[in-house]
Write a protein that binds this ligand. Structure first.
Ligand SMILES: C[C@H](O)[C@H](O)[C@H]1CNC2=NC(N)=NC(=O)C2=N1
Length: 115
């Protein structure tokens, strides 16, 4: 089976049905354990801590470039020592597979910085 981070986000459209909760919970096992569901399991949220501001800033730039490439955009909050990432499909205000694909790709970017 293809890993999530090898897949490509499908352009968001209003007619994609949200994933059912069973599939959401199954896909969540395929992304980093730091991710949590928020907003009644309709969003993915990850907050990662650092010892500086430069690293969250650089991560925001890298994740932003990924978002433009995938045409799937997260909400990012950065500050001294942290980056908070929230992902969902705005068009339907819920989660589809592309959100988990994006999260898996974000995990790859973060793990490179942490390694
Ligand atoms: C007009 C543009 O294609 C759409 O708004 C795209 C852009 N990026 C997006 N990103 C996310 N997370 N959800 C969307 O629904 C979405 N839609």
């Amino acid at each position: 089976m293809e890993n999530l981070n090898e897949k490509k986000c499908i352009p968001c459209s209003g007619d994609i049905p949200p994933l059912d909760i069973v599939l959401k919970r199954k896909l969540k096992t395929q992304i980093d354990g730091e991710w949590e569901f928020t907003h009644n399991e309709t969003r993915l949220y990850r907050s990662t801590k650092f010892k500086d501001f430069a690293t969250p800033l650089a991560l925001a730039a890298a994740i932003g470039a990924l978002a433009e490439e995938q045409w799937h955009h997260p909400e990012l909050t950065i500050g001294f020592g942290h980056i908070d990432i929230e992902i969902w499909t705005h068009k339907i205000d819920d989660l589809v597979e592309s959100d988990f694909i994006f999260a898996a790709k974000v995990d790859q970017i973060i793990s490179k910085v942490l390694s």
